[in-house]
Design a protein around this ligand. Structure first.
Ligand code: ZN
Length: 138
């Protein structure tokens, strides 16, 4: 069995953003040489997510509005976590959007449905953060 590991770095200039990382994962897959197996992609930070959904700007706007309704950033004083920091909402948003995704690799490609794309979801940006890519298989 072959195994491949890589870290992808992000430094998002805004507090929140959704970034399509599908092509970067496809690059990793190519580099790994693995044709049949599984790829795991996870945020290495507890205020960011990796998730699969549609690459449609209206939907991303809807996600952002929905998450802001669930866990508004302001007022920061409403959260007990915010002692010396202001990112409690980011922890909650990440929990809803998930830590990681696992995708099947078939014939050297991500075995996706027609609209599936992989996203990095940032909820407390403006600093360097990492995503882990682990691919195992043959
Ligand atoms: Zn925190």
């Amino acid at each position: 069995m072959k195994s491949y590991r890589r870290e992808l770095w992000f430094n998002v200039p805004t507090r929140r953003a959704f970034i399509n990382i599908t092509s970067q994962i496809e690059e990793c897959l190519k580099e790994s040489g693995i044709k049949e197996g599984l790829v795991l992609i996870n945020a290495m930070h507890i205020t960011a997510s990796v998730f699969i959904n549609d690459d449609e700007s209206g939907l991303h706007h809807d996600f952002d509005k929905w998450l802001e309704r669930l866990a508004p950033h302001e007022p920061v004083s409403q959260y007990r976590h915010n002692v010396g920091e202001d990112n409690a909402d980011a922890h909650l948003k990440r929990q809803v959007m998930g830590r990681e995704v696992v995708a099947a690799v078939t014939e050297g490609k991500l075995d996706f449905g027609p609209w599936e794309q992989i996203f990095y979801g940032e909820f407390d940006g403006r600093r360097k953060k990492r995503v882990l890519v682990k691919i195992i298989g043959e």
